[in-house]
Design a protein around this ligand. Structure first.
Ligand code: HEC
Length: 169
C-alpha cells in the first residue's frame, strides 16, 4: 500500500487495523480520508464554534485558520466553556485515542451527542483532516466554573423572554 510506505511495521499494522497510515508527524495522509474529514467538518458545523469568526463571516475564513479554537467563551449555568483548538488536541493523540476522546460527554454548547453518533471511520477521517491542517497553535482559554472570574469576551447562552405586555404598549 502506497500510503504506508514509510510508516514502519507498527504503522502498517495500525493502518491495516483502522485504514489510515499513522499519527506521526510527517507521515503520509490518505487523501480520500482527509477529503472526507474536510467534508464532515464543513457540514458538521465544527467551524461554527471551533474557528474564530466563522459564523460572523458566513464561513469566509481561510482554511489555514480553521479549527484553531476560540477565545470567546460560551456562558450558561455550566460556567464558561471555550471551543477547543482541535488541531492541538488531535496532535497529542493517536487516531484510536481521538475516536475514544471524541465520544466523551462535554459541556454545552458542544454537541458531543452528535459526535458520538459518528462511525469510527468518520471520526478517523475527521482526525486525518485535522492532523493534515498542521501548525497546532495556542490552546483556547481554560474552562471557568460558574461564578468564576472570566477575563475574555463571552456569549451568554441563557434563554430570555420579553414581557408580552411590553410589546403592545
Ligand atoms: C455550538 C458550538 C460547537 C460546535 C458546533 C462544535 N463544538 Fe466541539 N466544542 C465546543 C466547546 C464549547 C467545547 C469545550 C467543551 C468543554 O469544555 O467541555 C468543545 C469541545 C470539543 C472537543 C473536546 C476537545 C478537548 O478539549 O479535549 C472535541 C473533540 C470537539 N469539540 C469536536 C468537535 C467537532 C468534530 C465538531 C463538529 C462535528 C464540533 N466539535 C462542533 C463547541 C462546539
Amino acid at each position: 500500500m502506497n500510503i504506508v510506505r514509510n510508516a514502519g511495521i507498527a504503522g502498517t499494522i495500525l493502518a491495516a487495523a483502522i485504514g489510515w497510515a499513522s499519527a506521526e508527524a510527517g507521515a503520509p495522509f490518505d487523501r480520500a480520508q482527509v477529503e472526507r474529514g474536510r467534508y464532515l467538518v464543513t457540514i458538521g458545523g465544527c467551524n461554527d464554534c471551533h474557528t474564530s469568526g466563522y459564523l460572523e463571516r458566513s464561513g469566509a475564513v481561510p482554511e489555514h485558520e480553521w479549527l484553531t479554537g476560540m477565545a470567546i467563551g460560551y456562558q450558561g449555568p455550566w460556567g464558561t466553556t471555550y471551543p477547543s483548538n482541535l488541531r492541538l488536541v488531535a496532535s497529542r493523540m493517536s487516531a484510536e485515542e481521538w475516536v475514544e476522546h471524541a465520544r466523551k460527554e462535554r459541556m454545552p454548547p458542544m454537541p458531543w451527542f452528535n459526535l458520538r453518533a459518528m462511525t469510527d471511520s468518520d471520526l478517523v477521517a475527521v482526525y486525518a483532516y485535522v492532523r493534515s491542517l498542521g501548525a497546532p497553535g495556542e490552546a483556547a482559554p481554560a474552562y471557568v466554573a460558574p461564578g468564576g472570574r472570566v477575563t475574555t469576551p463571552y456569549f451568554v447562552f441563557v434563554p430570555r423572554q420579553d414581557d408580552p405586555r411590553a410589546a403592545t404598549r
